[in-house]
Design a binder for this molecule. Sequence first.
Ligand code: NAD
Length: 481
Amino acid sequence: MSDLIDVLDPSRGLLIGAERRRGGAGLFDVRDPASGRVVASVADADSADATAAVDAAAAASEGWAALAPRARSEILARAHALMLRDADDLATLIALENGKSRSDARGEVVYAAEFFRWFAEEAVRTGGDYGSSPAGGTRTIVTHRPVGVAALVTPWNFPAAMATRKIAPALAAGCTVVLKPAAETPLTAIAVVRLLVEAGVPDGVVNLVPTTDAGGVVGTWLADPRIRKISFTGSTRVGRLLLQQAADRVVNASMELGGNAPFVVTADADLDAAVDGAMIAKFRGGGQACTAANRFFVHAGVAEEFAARFGARVEALTVGPSDTGAEIGPLISAAAVARVTALVDDAVAAGARVAFSAPAPEQGWFVAPTVLTGVPADAAILDEEIFGPVAPIVTWTDEADLVRRVNATEAGLAAYVYAGDLGRALRLAERIDAGMVGVNRGLVSDPAAPFGGTKQSGLGREGARAGIEEFRETQYFSVAW
Ligand code: NAD
């Protein structure tokens, strides 16, 4: 483990142009959330480092944009292969700094790598248009150009995938980037960026700036006229703040923000399939996913049976540090434990019942996987993003009322519908105001699908064809004829 970290040399964790550097603000600690133990000291960037990163990205911009799409594509394809080559080490780093289970970490590496493959394929599909004006006097040639230097800001919950989901389309589109990973999980970002260098990314095309001063670094970027794009994944609160800053210079913004996913089970659903889906939708990453099922709406006719089968699976979950092989790891911080515990306590005080739970270690930032039943409709736990392994179940009987309750939130990221009849499931899915609906599936993430939300869950899409468009601008030539 320490070998792996020594190789990364995180005290020189900034990458600016060709140079691995120390940060102007010294070092900061990264902790293992299972034990609270410090596992690495990482270079801490200041605002001057942030500007130096933009200098490097701006200097590399013209050359990268001019490179043949096939050449950019081949670099991304190599990055995909290198991530898979190093999948074990990357999974170890993710599990260490994020705390998620070994199998979740391994799954994340494969998912993250796939963005490099997908956008390697998209990089060469440049497209365009050629047409005549209605009066015939001109021809219009429509083309696309890279939006410019892009600032990428990522959260701790998917330290590899949230970075590759932005870097890959940006590079495919011909943009150079400056990346700020979350301070909780900078090691994975350092490792991924190293692989990009090994894959042949030219100096300055990808620059990495770990920091504890997120506001200072990102604020410096958004005030810099050379930054033309902000792509952010994180909380709705910070997303709003960055949109306000982006407004000052009318910076192109993509926002992947918080969710509050409903998980709907109809009376005719296959309950075993629904329970399988619920386990994935709720417990992947210990519930710390923006797409995590947050509110379970189960038809009253099957609610008891669903809760019993789901509860039996939850009680059997193993909770502990990832290196013990446990299925559920710790939360990211002591503050996260306090927040989730308070939501559960509040629901119980209002009349909810802890119907099922699994034992969790006392030491470390663990929360017991829990199923709550009888949750009052106005409980905060149904309204807020839980971001932990707790599943509140409420019941429904009337479909119109169900749809009203499901949509009564400012979040619109993911949703899940389990119904026996596919037509019925789709009709219900169409009425849900969310960017992504799992239909008889507990997982929606797919590099080939346009990931993103409605309402305050965000702006824009990542992955699919749409992902590259976020980093391109349309230009046309009006040609005298
Ligand atoms: P967060 O908003 O606190 O942090 C996200 C990133 O923003 C981090 O890099 C952080 O350092 C940075 N940041 C924090 N304050 C900032 C500021 N003032 N200025 C600039 N940058 C700042 O979110 P988090 O706690 O790391 O992540 C959890 C949140 O992310 C949840 O709400 C989750 O739903 C959301 N999320 C969304 C998606 C999605 O695709 N929609 C994916 C993963 C996570």
